[in-house]
Design a protein around this ligand. Structure first.
Ligand SMILES: [Zn+2]
Ligand SMILES: [Zn+2]
Length: 386
Protein backbone atom coordinates (compact mmCIF):
# COMPACT_ATOMS: atom_id res chain seq x y z
CA UNK A 1 0.00 0.00 0.00
CA UNK A 2 1.31 3.36 -0.91
CA UNK A 3 2.00 5.69 1.95
CA UNK A 4 2.60 8.57 -0.35
CA UNK A 5 1.20 11.69 1.20
CA UNK A 6 -0.58 14.37 -0.68
CA UNK A 7 1.56 17.17 -2.01
CA UNK A 8 1.70 20.08 0.41
CA UNK A 9 0.33 23.46 -0.47
CA UNK A 10 3.03 25.75 -1.90
CA UNK A 11 1.93 28.72 0.16
CA UNK A 12 2.03 26.59 3.26
CA UNK A 13 5.54 25.37 2.47
CA UNK A 14 6.91 28.90 2.20
CA UNK A 15 4.76 30.04 5.13
CA UNK A 16 3.20 32.85 3.15
CA UNK A 17 -0.38 33.90 2.40
CA UNK A 18 -2.24 33.57 -0.87
CA UNK A 19 -2.23 37.36 -0.93
CA UNK A 20 1.51 37.71 -0.30
CA UNK A 21 3.48 39.90 -2.66
CA UNK A 22 6.40 38.75 -4.80
CA UNK A 23 8.77 40.43 -2.41
CA UNK A 24 7.28 38.64 0.57
CA UNK A 25 7.48 35.31 -1.24
CA UNK A 26 11.07 35.89 -2.21
CA UNK A 27 11.96 36.84 1.33
CA UNK A 28 10.15 33.81 2.76
CA UNK A 29 11.92 31.52 0.33
CA UNK A 30 15.27 33.02 1.25
CA UNK A 31 14.56 32.35 4.89
CA UNK A 32 13.54 28.73 4.29
CA UNK A 33 16.38 28.03 1.89
CA UNK A 34 18.90 29.19 4.44
CA UNK A 35 17.28 27.15 7.14
CA UNK A 36 17.27 23.90 5.18
CA UNK A 37 20.40 24.33 3.15
CA UNK A 38 22.51 21.13 3.11
CA UNK A 39 25.59 23.04 4.19
CA UNK A 40 23.83 23.85 7.40
CA UNK A 41 22.29 20.42 7.80
CA UNK A 42 24.94 17.94 6.67
CA UNK A 43 23.53 14.43 6.30
CA UNK A 44 20.03 15.49 7.32
CA UNK A 45 17.76 13.86 4.77
CA UNK A 46 14.59 15.56 6.02
CA UNK A 47 16.19 18.99 5.69
CA UNK A 48 17.27 18.14 2.17
CA UNK A 49 13.69 17.15 1.29
CA UNK A 50 12.38 20.40 2.77
CA UNK A 51 14.97 22.33 0.82
CA UNK A 52 13.80 20.73 -2.43
CA UNK A 53 10.19 21.29 -1.50
CA UNK A 54 10.81 24.99 -0.92
CA UNK A 55 12.64 25.31 -4.20
CA UNK A 56 9.73 23.71 -6.04
CA UNK A 57 7.20 25.92 -4.29
CA UNK A 58 9.21 28.98 -5.11
CA UNK A 59 9.66 27.99 -8.74
CA UNK A 60 5.89 28.14 -9.11
CA UNK A 61 5.00 31.08 -6.89
CA UNK A 62 7.76 33.30 -8.23
CA UNK A 63 6.43 32.95 -11.77
CA UNK A 64 3.26 35.01 -12.33
CA UNK A 65 1.82 32.59 -14.95
CA UNK A 66 2.54 29.47 -12.93
CA UNK A 67 1.25 31.11 -9.79
CA UNK A 68 -2.01 32.02 -11.51
CA UNK A 69 -2.39 28.46 -12.80
CA UNK A 70 -1.65 27.07 -9.37
CA UNK A 71 -4.11 29.41 -7.69
CA UNK A 72 -6.78 28.24 -10.13
CA UNK A 73 -6.17 24.53 -10.50
CA UNK A 74 -3.87 23.62 -7.64
CA UNK A 75 -1.01 21.19 -8.20
CA UNK A 76 -2.69 19.86 -11.30
CA UNK A 77 -2.38 23.28 -12.89
CA UNK A 78 1.38 23.25 -12.73
CA UNK A 79 2.08 19.57 -13.13
CA UNK A 80 5.18 18.95 -15.10
CA UNK A 81 6.16 22.56 -14.78
CA UNK A 82 8.44 21.79 -11.91
CA UNK A 83 10.25 19.05 -13.81
CA UNK A 84 11.05 15.48 -12.97
CA UNK A 85 11.10 14.63 -9.31
CA UNK A 86 9.41 17.89 -8.59
CA UNK A 87 12.65 19.73 -8.75
CA UNK A 88 13.60 22.24 -11.32
CA UNK A 89 17.24 23.19 -11.28
CA UNK A 90 16.41 26.30 -13.26
CA UNK A 91 14.80 27.75 -10.23
CA UNK A 92 18.26 28.43 -9.01
CA UNK A 93 18.90 30.88 -11.71
CA UNK A 94 19.15 34.06 -9.74
CA UNK A 95 19.58 32.16 -6.54
CA UNK A 96 22.67 34.12 -5.69
CA UNK A 97 20.68 37.24 -6.12
CA UNK A 98 18.08 36.05 -3.63
CA UNK A 99 20.64 35.14 -1.04
CA UNK A 100 22.57 38.33 -1.46
CA UNK A 101 25.78 38.53 0.48
CA UNK A 102 25.10 35.28 2.28
CA UNK A 103 25.83 33.46 -0.94
CA UNK A 104 29.46 33.87 -0.12
CA UNK A 105 29.25 32.36 3.31
CA UNK A 106 27.48 29.25 2.20
CA UNK A 107 29.11 28.92 -1.16
CA UNK A 108 25.66 29.21 -2.70
CA UNK A 109 26.87 31.12 -5.68
CA UNK A 110 28.53 28.04 -7.06
CA UNK A 111 26.17 25.45 -5.78
CA UNK A 112 24.39 24.73 -8.97
CA UNK A 113 27.16 25.32 -11.35
CA UNK A 114 26.10 28.89 -12.04
CA UNK A 115 29.58 29.66 -11.03
CA UNK A 116 31.06 32.91 -9.97
CA UNK A 117 34.79 33.07 -10.00
CA UNK A 118 36.50 33.98 -6.81
CA UNK A 119 39.46 36.22 -6.80
CA UNK A 120 37.68 38.68 -9.10
CA UNK A 121 37.84 42.44 -8.60
CA UNK A 122 37.15 43.43 -5.03
CA UNK A 123 36.87 46.83 -3.44
CA UNK A 124 39.61 47.61 -0.91
CA UNK A 125 38.82 47.86 2.79
CA UNK A 126 37.78 51.13 4.40
CA UNK A 127 40.14 52.56 6.98
CA UNK A 128 39.46 54.64 10.06
CA UNK A 129 41.80 57.22 11.51
CA UNK A 130 41.13 59.02 14.78
CA UNK A 131 42.39 62.57 14.63
CA UNK A 132 42.64 64.82 17.66
CA UNK A 133 42.56 68.54 17.04
CA UNK A 134 42.60 71.57 19.32
CA UNK A 135 39.52 73.62 20.04
CA UNK A 136 41.04 76.51 18.11
CA UNK A 137 41.62 74.28 15.08
CA UNK A 138 37.99 73.26 15.12
CA UNK A 139 37.03 76.95 15.24
CA UNK A 140 39.24 78.13 12.43
CA UNK A 141 39.54 74.99 10.33
CA UNK A 142 42.93 73.50 9.61
CA UNK A 143 44.96 71.47 7.22
CA UNK A 144 47.00 68.67 8.67
CA UNK A 145 49.08 65.78 7.37
CA UNK A 146 48.47 62.31 8.73
CA UNK A 147 50.39 59.08 8.26
CA UNK A 148 48.25 56.11 7.34
CA UNK A 149 49.60 52.57 7.36
CA UNK A 150 47.73 50.75 4.62
CA UNK A 151 47.97 47.86 2.18
CA UNK A 152 48.98 48.88 -1.30
CA UNK A 153 49.74 46.96 -4.44
CA UNK A 154 53.37 45.85 -4.55
CA UNK A 155 55.35 47.91 -7.06
CA UNK A 156 57.91 45.16 -7.75
CA UNK A 157 55.38 42.64 -9.07
CA UNK A 158 52.53 45.06 -9.88
CA UNK A 159 50.37 43.21 -7.41
CA UNK A 160 50.61 39.76 -9.01
CA UNK A 161 52.79 38.30 -6.25
CA UNK A 162 55.00 36.57 -8.81
CA UNK A 163 58.67 37.52 -9.07
CA UNK A 164 59.38 39.84 -12.02
CA UNK A 165 59.86 37.83 -15.21
CA UNK A 166 57.79 34.91 -13.95
CA UNK A 167 54.10 34.16 -14.29
CA UNK A 168 51.77 32.61 -11.76
CA UNK A 169 51.00 29.00 -12.72
CA UNK A 170 47.51 27.58 -13.11
CA UNK A 171 46.53 25.86 -9.86
CA UNK A 172 46.78 22.10 -10.32
CA UNK A 173 44.15 21.29 -7.73
CA UNK A 174 41.26 23.29 -9.20
CA UNK A 175 42.77 23.68 -12.67
CA UNK A 176 42.31 27.39 -12.50
CA UNK A 177 38.65 27.34 -11.57
CA UNK A 178 39.29 28.63 -8.06
CA UNK A 179 36.82 26.08 -6.69
CA UNK A 180 36.71 22.40 -5.99
CA UNK A 181 33.46 20.45 -6.12
CA UNK A 182 32.30 17.60 -4.01
CA UNK A 183 29.16 15.52 -3.95
CA UNK A 184 27.09 15.94 -0.85
CA UNK A 185 23.96 13.84 -1.05
CA UNK A 186 21.75 15.32 -3.69
CA UNK A 187 23.93 18.35 -4.20
CA UNK A 188 27.19 19.21 -5.73
CA UNK A 189 28.85 21.57 -3.36
CA UNK A 190 31.55 23.89 -4.61
CA UNK A 191 34.09 25.26 -2.23
CA UNK A 192 36.89 27.70 -2.60
CA UNK A 193 40.03 25.88 -3.60
CA UNK A 194 42.19 25.41 -0.49
CA UNK A 195 45.42 25.47 -2.46
CA UNK A 196 45.08 28.75 -4.36
CA UNK A 197 42.38 30.23 -2.08
CA UNK A 198 40.16 30.89 -5.04
CA UNK A 199 42.65 32.72 -7.21
CA UNK A 200 42.95 29.80 -9.64
CA UNK A 201 46.66 30.42 -9.82
CA UNK A 202 49.63 29.50 -7.69
CA UNK A 203 52.85 31.37 -7.47
CA UNK A 204 55.91 29.22 -8.03
CA UNK A 205 58.53 31.91 -7.58
CA UNK A 206 57.12 34.52 -5.23
CA UNK A 207 58.04 38.19 -5.47
CA UNK A 208 60.73 38.97 -2.89
CA UNK A 209 59.32 42.33 -1.94
CA UNK A 210 55.86 41.18 -0.92
CA UNK A 211 56.64 37.45 -0.40
CA UNK A 212 53.99 36.57 -2.95
CA UNK A 213 51.17 38.50 -1.32
CA UNK A 214 51.03 41.07 -4.11
CA UNK A 215 50.48 43.71 -1.49
CA UNK A 216 52.72 45.55 0.89
CA UNK A 217 52.08 47.63 3.99
CA UNK A 218 53.02 51.23 3.36
CA UNK A 219 52.83 54.42 5.34
CA UNK A 220 51.05 56.98 3.28
CA UNK A 221 51.07 60.66 4.08
CA UNK A 222 47.72 62.27 3.44
CA UNK A 223 46.74 65.88 3.81
CA UNK A 224 43.42 66.35 5.53
CA UNK A 225 41.44 69.56 5.25
CA UNK A 226 39.42 70.13 8.40
CA UNK A 227 36.48 72.47 7.88
CA UNK A 228 35.92 75.22 10.45
CA UNK A 229 33.18 74.37 12.92
CA UNK A 230 33.74 70.61 12.95
CA UNK A 231 32.76 68.90 16.20
CA UNK A 232 33.80 65.76 18.05
CA UNK A 233 32.45 62.61 16.46
CA UNK A 234 32.05 64.07 12.99
CA UNK A 235 33.97 62.30 10.28
CA UNK A 236 35.52 63.17 6.99
CA UNK A 237 35.39 60.65 4.18
CA UNK A 238 38.33 60.56 1.84
CA UNK A 239 37.27 58.49 -1.10
CA UNK A 240 39.93 56.23 -2.57
CA UNK A 241 42.32 56.70 0.35
CA UNK A 242 41.52 53.36 1.99
CA UNK A 243 43.23 50.09 1.15
CA UNK A 244 43.96 49.13 -2.43
CA UNK A 245 41.37 46.93 -4.12
CA UNK A 246 42.07 43.36 -5.23
CA UNK A 247 42.51 42.42 -8.86
CA UNK A 248 41.73 45.85 -10.20
CA UNK A 249 38.90 46.63 -7.77
CA UNK A 250 38.58 50.22 -6.50
CA UNK A 251 40.28 51.38 -3.32
CA UNK A 252 38.26 51.74 -0.14
CA UNK A 253 37.62 55.00 1.69
CA UNK A 254 39.46 56.55 4.58
CA UNK A 255 37.27 57.85 7.39
CA UNK A 256 38.90 60.48 9.57
CA UNK A 257 37.03 60.66 12.86
CA UNK A 258 37.48 64.00 14.63
CA UNK A 259 38.09 64.44 18.34
CA UNK A 260 38.20 68.03 19.55
CA UNK A 261 40.12 68.82 22.72
CA UNK A 262 38.29 70.60 25.52
CA UNK A 263 38.73 74.34 25.83
CA UNK A 264 40.02 76.01 28.95
CA UNK A 265 37.00 78.31 29.21
CA UNK A 266 34.42 77.46 26.64
CA UNK A 267 31.82 74.84 26.52
CA UNK A 268 30.32 74.24 23.12
CA UNK A 269 26.73 73.44 22.29
CA UNK A 270 26.03 73.35 18.58
CA UNK A 271 27.39 76.63 17.26
CA UNK A 272 27.07 78.47 20.59
CA UNK A 273 29.75 78.87 23.22
CA UNK A 274 29.27 79.31 26.94
CA UNK A 275 31.57 80.55 29.68
CA UNK A 276 31.48 82.03 33.15
CA UNK A 277 33.16 85.31 34.10
CA UNK A 278 34.02 85.98 37.74
CA UNK A 279 33.44 89.67 38.59
CA UNK A 280 34.06 91.72 41.71
CA UNK A 281 31.10 93.10 43.60
CA UNK A 282 31.88 96.82 43.01
CA UNK A 283 31.96 96.30 39.25
CA UNK A 284 28.46 94.86 39.10
CA UNK A 285 27.15 97.24 41.75
CA UNK A 286 28.49 100.38 40.10
CA UNK A 287 28.49 99.13 36.53
CA UNK A 288 31.65 98.89 34.49
CA UNK A 289 33.56 96.92 31.95
CA UNK A 290 34.67 93.31 32.06
CA UNK A 291 37.00 91.30 29.85
CA UNK A 292 35.30 88.42 28.11
CA UNK A 293 37.49 85.84 26.39
CA UNK A 294 36.53 85.07 22.79
CA UNK A 295 37.95 82.75 20.13
CA UNK A 296 40.20 85.59 19.01
CA UNK A 297 41.44 87.42 22.07
CA UNK A 298 39.33 89.22 24.63
CA UNK A 299 36.54 91.69 24.28
CA UNK A 300 35.58 94.52 26.64
CA UNK A 301 31.93 94.23 27.55
CA UNK A 302 29.91 96.76 29.55
CA UNK A 303 27.93 95.55 32.53
CA UNK A 304 25.18 97.86 33.72
CA UNK A 305 24.87 99.16 37.24
CA UNK A 306 23.17 96.69 39.56
CA UNK A 307 23.98 93.56 37.55
CA UNK A 308 23.09 90.41 39.49
CA UNK A 309 25.17 87.30 39.72
CA UNK A 310 24.03 84.78 37.11
CA UNK A 311 23.26 87.45 34.53
CA UNK A 312 24.19 86.26 31.08
CA UNK A 313 25.60 88.50 28.39
CA UNK A 314 25.24 87.58 24.79
CA UNK A 315 27.98 88.30 22.29
CA UNK A 316 26.42 87.84 18.90
CA UNK A 317 28.46 86.14 16.23
CA UNK A 318 31.26 85.28 18.65
CA UNK A 319 30.44 81.58 18.77
CA UNK A 320 31.61 78.73 16.54
CA UNK A 321 31.29 78.82 12.79
CA UNK A 322 28.70 76.52 11.32
CA UNK A 323 30.46 73.56 9.69
CA UNK A 324 28.34 73.95 6.57
CA UNK A 325 29.21 77.61 6.27
CA UNK A 326 25.93 79.01 7.56
CA UNK A 327 27.29 81.83 9.71
CA UNK A 328 28.40 81.75 13.31
CA UNK A 329 26.84 81.10 16.67
CA UNK A 330 26.87 83.35 19.74
CA UNK A 331 28.95 83.50 22.88
CA UNK A 332 27.13 83.54 26.22
CA UNK A 333 29.10 84.85 29.17
CA UNK A 334 27.52 84.44 32.58
CA UNK A 335 28.51 86.88 35.31
CA UNK A 336 29.49 85.32 38.58
CA UNK A 337 29.98 87.71 41.47
CA UNK A 338 32.81 86.64 43.71
CA UNK A 339 33.27 87.42 47.37
CA UNK A 340 36.77 88.40 48.45
CA UNK A 341 38.25 85.82 50.77
CA UNK A 342 40.73 88.07 52.50
CA UNK A 343 40.47 91.81 53.12
CA UNK A 344 43.10 94.34 54.13
CA UNK A 345 42.37 96.66 57.03
CA UNK A 346 41.48 99.53 54.68
CA UNK A 347 39.20 97.39 52.57
CA UNK A 348 37.46 96.14 55.65
CA UNK A 349 36.84 99.71 56.84
CA UNK A 350 35.33 100.71 53.53
CA UNK A 351 33.06 97.70 53.51
CA UNK A 352 31.96 98.34 57.06
CA UNK A 353 31.06 101.88 56.09
CA UNK A 354 29.09 100.56 53.16
CA UNK A 355 27.29 98.08 55.36
CA UNK A 356 26.20 100.87 57.66
CA UNK A 357 25.16 103.06 54.78
CA UNK A 358 23.04 100.41 53.05
CA UNK A 359 19.36 100.43 54.00
CA UNK A 360 18.41 97.80 56.53
CA UNK A 361 16.64 95.37 54.32
CA UNK A 362 14.77 92.40 55.59
CA UNK A 363 15.94 89.59 53.39
CA UNK A 364 13.46 86.81 53.40
CA UNK A 365 14.15 83.38 52.03
CA UNK A 366 13.32 83.17 48.35
CA UNK A 367 9.92 81.87 47.55
CA UNK A 368 10.08 78.41 46.08
CA UNK A 369 9.20 79.48 42.56
CA UNK A 370 11.96 82.09 42.73
CA UNK A 371 14.58 79.63 43.87
CA UNK A 372 17.64 79.40 41.79
CA UNK A 373 17.16 76.78 39.22
CA UNK A 374 19.07 73.68 40.22
CA UNK A 375 19.81 72.81 36.62
CA UNK A 376 23.12 73.21 35.02
CA UNK A 377 23.98 76.80 34.22
CA UNK A 378 24.29 76.10 30.51
CA UNK A 379 20.81 74.68 30.26
CA UNK A 380 19.43 77.71 32.05
CA UNK A 381 21.21 80.05 29.69
CA UNK A 382 19.91 78.11 26.71
CA UNK A 383 16.37 78.44 28.04
CA UNK A 384 16.78 82.13 28.67
CA UNK A 385 17.84 82.86 25.15
CA UNK A 386 15.80 80.18 23.49
ZN1 LIG B 1 55.45 41.83 -5.01
ZN1 LIG C 1 43.15 26.15 -6.89
Amino acid sequence: MSTRTQKRDYYEILEVEKTSTDVEIKSAYRKQALKYHPDRNPGDHAAEESFKECAEAYSVLADPDKRAAYDRYGHAGVQGAAGAGGFDPNVFTGFEDILGGLGDIFGFGDLFGGGRRRGGPQRGADLRYDLEITFEESATGAETAIQIPRQENCDTCSGTGAAPGTQPAVCNLCRGAGQVRSQQGFFTVARTCPQCRGAGKTITSPCKTCRGAGRVSKEKKITVKIPAGIATGQQLRLQGEGEAGHAGGPSGSLYVVIHVQEHEYFRRDGVNLFCEIPVNFPTVALGGEIDVPTLNGTEKVKVPEGTQTGTTLRLRGKGMPDVNGHGKGDLFATVQVITPKKLSKDQRQVLEQLAKALPKEEFKPRKRHEEQDERNLFDRVKDMFG
